[in-house]
Write a protein that binds this ligand. Structure first.
Ligand SMILES: Nc1nc2c(ncn2[C@@H]2O[C@H](COP(=O)(O)OP(=O)(O)OP(=O)(O)O)[C@@H](O)[C@H]2O)c(=O)[nH]1
Ligand SMILES: [Zn+2]
Length: 203
């Protein structure tokens, strides 16, 4: 199995007190985190987000993408719903890593889109893997998920590792003038489902 559960603690946030569970992947050396909020009956679908690390958006307030806004909104929505989970997966830059993402941003500053930049660097558009989520979800007692995402390919990749996704919940936040082209590329090239109507925040 790809990841090992290590320890749990409380995580107080502006939206409420989550429980935080740490996992280690001995093969990659990556440390992944699961947050849980409230309680659920085993076997019932649970609202949640499977979030890929974006240091720039999640921690450094970048407006180049929508990651930080999605992270905050997901945590807020989970707390408001009274129950839910968030898996924070350490696969920065869709799996190419932080420094390569900065290289990709440099190419994007010169006109490439997010996919072209990856390809110019010799990477596929999306190198993420989801095999670690099955043991993480099992540990926190979840077998069926209502997944907050705009990415149907991610839904399929998650189903492919044996997780039942019973519903896709759109998570369209954070559109601004710096990420307009990026979000457009995600919807036209990467297949993300974005409707103009749902965008809000930082316009
Ligand atoms: N290589 C690369 N990675 C990026 C870029 N912008 C954001 N990322 C990474 O993309 C990942 C998030 O993936 P997204 O494609 O934004 O969204 P998603 O997870 O597929 O779908 P949602 O669930 O709708 O957010 C994070 O790991 C970010 O670090 C970029 O321009 N180039
Ligand atoms: Zn981002």
């Amino acid at each position: 199995m790809s990841v090992k559960y290590v320890a749990s603690s409380k995580l107080p946030t502006p939206w409420g007190i989550f429980d935080m569970h740490g996992f280690e992947d001995p093969q990659t050396g990556k440390e992944h985190v699961a947050l849980t909020f409230g309680e659920w009956e085993e076997g019932k679908p649970v609202l949640g987000r499977i979030h890929s690390e974006c240091l720039t958006g999640d921690a450094l307030f970048s407006l180049r993408c929508d990651c930080g806004f999605q992270l905050q909104t997901a945590m807020q929505d989970i707390a408001e719903a009274g129950q839910g989970f968030l898996l924070y997966l350490r696969q920065e830059g869709r799996g190419i890593g932080l420094i390569n993402k900065i290289r990709a941003y440099e190419l994007q500053d010169k006109g490439a889109n997010t996919v072209e930049a990856n390809e110019q660097l010799g990477f596929a558009a999306d190198l993420r893997k989801y095999d670690m989520i099955a043991p993480m979800l099992e540990k926190i007692g979840i077998s069926q998920v209502k997944l907050m995402t705009n990415n149907p390919r991610k839904v399929n990749a998650i189903k492919a590792v044996g997780v039942e996704v019973v519903e896709r919940v759109p998570l369209q936040v954070g559109k601004n003038k710096h990420n307009e082209f990026y979000l457009k590329t995600k919807s036209t090239v990467l297949g993300h489902l974005m409707s103009e109507v749902h965008f809000h925040g930082n316009d």
